[in-house]
Design a protein around this ligand. Structure first.
Ligand SMILES: *Cc1c(COP(=O)(O)O)cnc(C)c1O
Length: 381
């Protein structure tokens, strides 16, 4: 990881996406494209920092959107392929979605039948697909398991409707979350055993997201083999992967400052950020964010509970230890805070949203957006 000096930022909190690290991820994803023949598109749900989309679009084929707003952003800021899926499309949005998308993915046969003629009339070049549920779940967390019991995401084989086969261009599944290629192989086995007989008349199969391709221990060569073998079994059919997290994975920190230090049976530091508002998956997943230079509680000489600057009692990042006592003004660098963070942020408690910045390839800090009172106010009346 490039060790940039974040101690001289003009203000905090700030997300800083490091262009070099982002490009490294994109180059690895591009290797997957080149060596496997698959197309990779960015899932905006996990990473939508559109000031980087010239760079992203240089390597990837476009975006996958989860509805009208993401589709508009994809068309406006990357303007390559736009694939739009929604658990259910709305009457008052579907026409615009059809106009700006290349591909629409319906979640159920009912939605497919409701909108198929309408979207094809608006955009005859549109490809139309169905999301299926392979009912294979190895996802580590229920909150992020699209194939769990009673899942609303995708059509199970029992609910499949063969009458739409002659209109169908593709099948999509999305069944993984931060997983390696062995999990994909399990999903593919379930997918092909259930839906395999429908594949050969199609233009493409979309393997969804959750492939943790850019994580150091991901077996990229095996992924390439698996995709090539799938294509070989199915007339060289086009394959899409649509990772979100893998694009933004380890591309930069959230930098915060210590505002106060106190003691209540243990040492506590209050930061100018919030787990609840700015690092939501640390509470939802939950997981412990890494802090540069820190250790587990008790591992180094000075242990603190780090808390956010909101009134929520549970707005806590965790317990961390440091070599030296924390002082007001010290910078706390939360690693890997570029995906699934500012796409989910809230202005809860009126807390200021962190600025969004780019650390450019030529080692300059470029602050892309600063937020203020208006961003809070405009969402409330
Ligand atoms: C969330 C999601 C993705 C991206 O998942 P990552 O875990 O960020 O790679 C892709 N496709 C669909 C349908 C999704 O819901």
């Amino acid at each position: 990881m490039a060790d940039v000096d974040f101690s001289k930022l003009p203000h905090t909190p700030m997300y800083i996406c490091q262009e070099t690290l982002l490009e490294k991820n994109l180059q690895l994803l591009d290797r997957v494209q080149k060596e496997s023949g698959a197309k990779v598109i960015l899932a905006l749900k996990g990473f939508a920092m559109w000031s980087t989309f010239d760079l992203v679009g240089h390597y990837l084929q476009g975006c996958t959107a989860s509805g009208l707003h993401e589709a508009k952003l994809a068309r406006e800021k990357m303007n390559k392929e736009v694939h739009t899926y929604s658990p259910a499309f709305k009457e008052d949005e579907i026409d615009e979605i059809a106009r700006i998308s290349n591909d629409i993915v319906f979640n159920s046969p009912a939605q497919f039948h409701r909108y198929y003629d309408r979207v094809k009339a608006i955009n005859p070049n549109l490809t139309v697909s169905l999301r299926v549920n392979p009912e294979y779940s190895s996802s580590p967390v229920d909150l992020y398991n699209p194939c769990g019991v009673y899942s609303r995401l995708g059509t199970t084989i029992a609910n499949f409707d063969e009458s739409l086969l002659d209109k169908l261009d593709g099948l999509n599944f999305h069944a993984l979350c931060e997983q390696n290629v062995d999990a994909l192989e399990g999903v593919l086995e379930a997918f092909e055993s259930k839906f395999g007989s429908y594949i050969d008349g199609l233009k493409y199969v979309n393997f969804g997201g959750g492939h943790h391709i850019t994580r150091v221990d991901y077996d990229v060569d095996r992924l390439i083999e698996v995709i090539r073998a799938f294509k070989a079994r199915h007339n060289d059919i086009t394959i899409y992967l649509e990772p979100g997290e893998a694009v933004g994975w380890q591309t930069g920190p959230l930098v915060a400052s210590v505002l106060d230090v106190m003691h209540n049976a243990m040492n506590i530091a209050i930061l100018d950020t919030s787990a609840e508002a700015h690092m939501p998956d640390t509470l939802a997943m939950p997981y412990r964010a890494m802090i540069r230079g820190s250790g587990e509680a008790g591992e180094k000489a000075h242990t603190y509970r780090l808390g956010g600057n909101t009134c929520l009692a549970g707005d806590i990042m965790g317990d961390y230890s440091f070599d030296a006592p924390l002082q007001v003004g010290d910078k706390i660098i939360f690693e890997d805070q570029i995906h699934y963070t500012f796409v989910k942020n809230t202005t809860f408690n009126g807390i200021k949203l962190p600025s969004i910045a780019l650390w450019t390839k030529d080692d300059r800090l470029k602050i892309v957006h600063e937020f203020g009172y208006e961003d809070y106010k405009n969402r409330l009346s």
